[in-house]
Design a protein around this ligand. Sequence first.
Ligand SMILES: [Zn+2]
Length: 298
Amino acid sequence: MECLVCKSDKITVKPTKMSDFLAARIFEGEEASKRHDVNLCHCEDCSFSFYDRRLTDEEAERLYRDYRGEEYQKTREKYDCWYTEKVNRALNSDKLVLSEQKRVITEMINDSVPGEIKVALDYGGNRGETFTEQIGTEEKYVYDISGIQPIDGIKAIRNYSGLSEHRFDFIMCNMTLEHVSYPADFMKLLYDAGDEDTYYYLEVPSENPFEQSKFSISKNIRLLFNKNYSKIRLVKHYFYLRTQPYMPMSEHINFFTPKALETLLKRCGFEAVNIRENFEENVMGKNKVLSAVFKKSK
Ligand SMILES: [Zn+2]
């Protein structure tokens, strides 16, 4: 076993399994209800954490198909009883999460990106809702292969080769890297989409599952005061979690610390201009995110 970020073999392992939700979503028939053992791994050199089981393209496609749609919600509620229709609706219509993300991006750009951003790309940017006035004053593009219609003023690029027809001052990629099976390969795709003057922006959750439990008491107490959650279901879910091994594998399969992200950038031919942690509010609570502005190394 070697680290997916720095290739170190100094890996600490915690045995766990795929979450029941993940198994139900990506497998069919008997496989879906079986236990699938995996290891949660932590690199002692760069502090990156990851599961040793990676999803194939087909599995990832099944997991994210009609994401947060009706079937997704029903399957999820079956295992995560707190994930009601109300919670799903709140997440799907969360305006706060978007405005918070824009606030952080704006701060990072103001601090670290000099000059005007005339032509900009949101890589995997869905409908292009993350653009601000400042990003792409002349042209705004999303690279999105799902076929979803972008909002007014945004142009969609539907295949990877189409990216080479443009020169971008700025390329951003938000909340994606924590889901991809091969982060270094993914970064290579970003690398090839820009040139030596392009500024890049990346955002991922800031997480270290080996430092502190994701299900810490303080985090859970806060949830009890959030009107979107049913208190009874939260308590029920707490007892369900106690029957489960530590942090079963679910949607996030990579966990980045500032050091891990910086190490990945270096390995992939980039140099960090600014990496820092920020807090972003959303309807369900508050997330610690990791924001990075970076360029290709000279
Ligand atoms: Zn490492």
